[in-house]
Design a protein around this ligand. Sequence first.
Ligand code: FES
Ligand code: FES
Length: 159
Amino acid sequence: MGDLVLNINGANLHVNAPTGESLLSVLRNRLNLTGTKYGCGEGQCGACTVLLDGRAVRSCLTPASVAADAKITTIEGLEQKGTLSPVQQAFLDEGAFQCGYCTSGMVISATSLLRTTPNPAEEEIVRHMNGNICRCGTYPRILDAVKRASQMIAKGGSR
Ligand code: FES
Ligand code: FES
């Protein structure tokens, strides 16, 4: 076991976890941040995606210790003072989910794209989101949601 201090959604949180435990496991099982989902556990589905210093990473493949020096953002950290982020709002507006299991990872991946590329072409969105799997097949609405979020950001919405 080892003591870690993780900066998650702006707060420094202390956790005691075995060496090598994944960030996903620490988030869900030790910190009760269950918005980040366990899908495949092998880096293939994107359900567990979080931001490390603004970059989308698979938390199932990221040891928590590796994240100790980074700013970690989970789906719980996107909303600010009761206001959804543009990407969250756009997913809601477009109804871009059915069961919702993939949604956290989709929203986080789209957030990372729009922070570096606020006005992506459709092909860029598809390429960037390609590693996020939706078993319900809501891809057309997800695409529309990312485009809508891009437009919201262009009108002054915070990323
Ligand atoms: S649970 Fe991490 S990529 Fe599937
Ligand atoms: S909405 Fe069900 S997996 Fe995407």
